[in-house]
Design a protein around this ligand. Structure first.
Ligand code: SF4
Length: 699
């Protein structure tokens, strides 16, 4: 249908981390009216999923925030105000609270949704000006285990592989990833590769997902036992002499401890725990180790677990002992969630200082202090609380003020009834979001309307370390402002911030980041990039050093890792069963996940006609045999009860889930997270969203 497009403008999709290149069609009034995928060598080869195809609808969707607002008490009526008043009030409240309760009594929770240049600016403001150490991003709910696992195995964060590895691999092992629905365009890339050349695809997932149906082998694992399976696969590989001993000796440390630990995981014992029969464990181990090149991908099934970080190390172990890191088709590749979850990991300073620098490292504090014009003594000497620890700290009164940037913890955090009570304890809360109806804004005293992604210019980094750019398609909606402007204006309200430079042009911010990324020893080097070059090449994979003509497809291709000895660490990881497991009172496993039509808490997709039409309401998948036993009918409503709370959902009967399991999409407010478990991974502090238990009651 002719939508009156007069111009197409280039952007990177603002939803997930696949990083699809899109063009947004605007009409003669300058209004975005449609989108289309960009072809050629772009990551998506011209394709888009339903979210990308309908993305033009989010610019002027219901609930867009047009003006800053303030109020004295939560749940009172909002008063529209001007930017100076809203920012003055925010800065004054932060200062008052810090003076009374200490610097760390203010917390900041950021996102994976804004531009990398904006993350960098926010980090500069929080670390260099406001000075609280309680600063984290919502990536703690999705990718923190991958970050932690990469650091433990390789000495640094950073996914080693790339999408092109599908074209070279001889075996693909996917853990807890429903690629077809979560990352549909990566699935297309895989399908294209399989059409050219056949290789086995093995999917590990408790549920018969679309991806599991597509696989050659589906391993319906018992929730929370991935590490048992991984250790057992390693056991078979070592036992049968299938490991790449030359690679292990040249590139890895920790072999003896690792080998001693996996020795305990013989397939016969492991099968009893993980629910995969011993012959299948042996078969998969042989298939993987004997493939010329083998790769592993994973998503939330691994990360959102009390063993998330260990699971990632287990995957890395598997690839290290088979020599499958840094070679075409041989890799570990975490499939990231948000469009710029990588950008926040790289530059936001949530976990440390920009450019993968650590607060614990005196040299790093010195470098950044000098560069920003901040006394290095001002920086804390170790990282503060993760997002999942910030809420308990609010509960105990340690934190009194909260700034929430483009995320929605009221819906996304586990045990949402407790989060609601926790938010009531805040003395002051500011929510910065493009949509004023985001649930967390109910608890805000100040609302700051940020522009949406393609109303501004800046970069995202996708799953495969590809930095791509978005150009502004229209002026910011109403009186909303780019986040970089909001952060820089906030900075000016502190004496220290007024002395520092906070550029408004994201190209200037990018130049600062480039300077900070330079150096032989830096893995995250973007000094060879510029906004112009990124747009011209439609994305560049870091590292790209000054003088390089191209980015880098794969990390660690030379077998050199980021630990001081240059070796990767094989991690010995005992399995400790600390999960909630089904019992007489709560006999069902509850799992949660994404549907293709929605993104996160539906702040955007909940406003898009087609996304809602195809996925209008929460539901629960239940096994028909289990339903028959309980007298539950298809499309009836039931009450689910966990140790945390309850929720009423509609039943869909399907053999996709096991007899003792149910599945619920996580996108809907006051639904699955009323039930979910807040137990955390000890390394990544990521919650075990996918491993809790429930009972089912008639309503
Ligand atoms: Fe956007 Fe992800 Fe869909 Fe691509 S796959 S169009 S990046 S939501």
């Amino acid at each position: 249908r002719d939508k009156g497009v007069t111009e197409w403008k280039y952007a990177t999709c603002g939803y997930c981390s696949v990083g699809c290149s899109i063009e947004i069609g605007v009409n003669k009034e300058g209004t975005p009216v449609t989108t289309r995928g960009v072809g050629g060598a772009d990551v998506n080869r011209g394709k888009l999923c339903i979210k990308g195809l309908t993305e033009a609808q989010i610019f002027q969707a219901a609930g867009r925030g047009a003006e800053p607002k303030i109020r004295n008490k939560t749940f009172e009526d909002w008063q529209i105000t001007d930017w100076d008043t809203a920012l003055d009030k925010t800065a004054a409240e932060f200062k008052r609270i810090q003076e009374k309760y200490g610097r760390d009594s203010v917390a900041v929770i950021s996102t994976g949704q804004i531009m990398t240049e904006e993350f960098y600016t926010l980090g500069k403001l929080v670390r260099g000006v406001i000075g609280t150490n309680n600063y984290d991003g919502n990536t703690t709910l999705c990718m923190a285990s991958a970050v932690s696992g990469y650091k433990r195995s390789f000495g640094s964060d950073g996914p080693p592989g790339c999408y092109e590895d599908f074209e070279h691999t001889d075996c693909l092992l996917a853990f807890g990833s429903n690629l077809c629905e979560q990352h549909p365009i990566i699935y297309w890339r895989l399908k294209e590769a399989l059409e050219k050349r056949k290789f086995p695809v093995i999917v590990v997932d408790p549920r018969v997902t679309m991806f599991a149906q597509f696989a050659d082998i589906h391993l319906p694992i018992t929730p929370g036992t991935d590490l048992v399976l991984l250790n057992s696969l390693a056991h078979v590989i070592l036992k049968e002499g299938l490991a790449d001993q030359e690679y292990i000796e040249r590139c890895c440390s920790g072999y003896e401890d690792f080998a001693a630990e996996v020795e305990k995981f013989d397939p016969t014992s492991a099968a009893k725990i993980c629910g995969i029969d011993e012959d299948t464990i042996r078969h998969v181990a042989r298939l993987y180790a004997k493939a010329g090149a083998a790769m592993s991908i994973w998503t939330m099934g691994i990360n959102q677990s009390t063993h998330g970080s260990d699971g990632v190390c287990g995957i890395n172990n598997l690839n290290l002992i088979t020599g499958n890191i840094g070679k075409p088709g041989g890799t570990s590749l975490s499939i990231t969630g948000q469009c710029n979850a990588m950008g926040t990991r790289e530059w936001s300073s949530c976990s440390g200082l920009p450019g993968y620098r650590a607060l614990e490292n005196a040299e790093h504090r010195e470098e950044i202090g000098k560069f920003w014009g901040v006394d290095p003594e001002f920086f804390p000497k170790k990282r503060g609380l993760f997002q999942t620890d910030i809420f308990p700290a609010i509960e105990t009164g340690q934190i009194k003020a909260l700034w929430v940037v483009a995320t929605n913890p009221m819906t996304s955090m586990p045990n949402s009834a407790r989060i609601r009570k926790t938010m009531e304890k805040l003395e002051f809360c500011v929510v910065q979001d493009s949509y004023e109806d985001v649930e967390t804004a109910q608890y805000a005293h100040v609302y700051l309307p940020g522009s949406v992604w393609a109303e501004k210019k800046g970069c995202f980094t996708n799953t495969e370390r590809r930095v791509n750019i978005t150009t502004p398609v229209m002026a910011p909606y109403g009186n909303s402002k780019p986040d970089v402007w909001i952060f820089s204006q906030m900075a000016k309200r502190w004496e220290q911030g007024a002395k520092m430079s906070f550029p408004l042009d994201t190209a200037d911010v990018f130049d600062e980041m480039k300077q900070l990324s330079k150096g032989d020893h830096r893995i995250l080097d973007i000094s060879g990039m510029s906004h112009e070059l990124i747009e011209q090449k439609r994305g560049i994979q870091w590292p790209m050093r000054e003088g390089d003509s191209e980015g880098t497809q794969r990390l660690y291709a030379d077998g050199k890792f980021c630990y001081p000895d240059g070796k990767a660490k094989l991690m010995a990881m005992p399995w400790v069963d600390n999960n909630e497991v089904p019992d007489e009172d709560y006999p069902f496993w509850m799992n949660s996940g994404r549907v293709v039509e929605h993104f996160h808490t539906r702040t955007k997709t909940g406003k898009v006609g087609n996304c809602n039409k195809f996925s209008p309401t929460p539901y629960m998948e239940m096994n028909p045999d289990a339903a028959e036993e309980l007298g539950i009918k298809h499309m009836s409503y039931v009450r689910l009860v966990s140790r945390r709370g309850d929720a009423v959902v509609m039943v869909q009967l399907t053999h996709r889930v096991a007899f003792n399991a149910v599945f619920i999409p996580f996108h809907f407010h006051d639904c699955v997270n009323r039930l979910s478990l807040g137990l955390l991974d000890p390394y990544s502090r990521q919650p075990a969203f996918k491993q809790c238990t429930v009972r089912i009651e008639h309503v």
